[in-house]
Design a protein around this ligand. Sequence first.
Ligand SMILES: *Cc1c(COP(=O)(O)O)cnc(C)c1O
Length: 240
Amino acid sequence: MTDLSAEKRFSDIEHNLDAIREKIFKAATDAGRNPDEVRLMAVTKTVEPIFINHALKNGISLIGENKVQEFLSKKPYLDLEGCEAHLIGHLQTNKVKQIVSEVSMIESLDSLKLAREISKRSTEKGLVTPCLVEVNIGMEESKTGLELSALEELLCAVAELEGIRVEGLMTIPPICDDEKELNKYFSQMHKIFVDIKDKKLDNINMNVLSMGMSSDFEAAVRNGSTLVRVGSSIFGPRIY
Ligand SMILES: *Cc1c(COP(=O)(O)O)cnc(C)c1O
């Protein structure tokens, strides 16, 4: 497998990681933020373990996978020592049992039904599963994520459950070319994040604001993101 094309992809990954880190540093400092407040997640869906391991060797300490099955089948081949994995894709309640304890965070909590299942399965295993609530900030019908109007009610309900702890919010804004429009979504998310944090709700932490992907992570960082989820800009275009 270490043929020439693999060697080329290895060096591309190294180069891409350097470039992304530099961009995060610049976006953060331009916005008057401490760049250390922003974590870089490598999104590894469809990526083969050999390339994921190369990113891990080059300083990546957080990966994100979308699908329970894909992650569990790749996991035995990953050098995850010192690395965290988050589930970032939509999670069906019938998959919760398999993923709890396998990831250190579920970023796609979007219903009370799902929260109850995470709570139940985590409690059975004597665990507390950290979660982010995924907010559908663009109110797109096609998208997963919770409507903004339902956020506070969900938080209050989840706060009562054992075995689950909210650590912050995640969002995927609508696809838009317009930088102003994008900034509007990101700054709105940041404002919600800060507002909830200020309310100091019992059992609800607001430590993580997960927003920004390959096409928009710099704008997200300028608007207060603490975790950017970058896939194709690290590993190249995905081949399904
Ligand atoms: C695929 C994915 C990403 C990364 O997307 P890129 O555009 O490849 O950086 C980030 N977040 C979620 C939830 C994803 O599904």
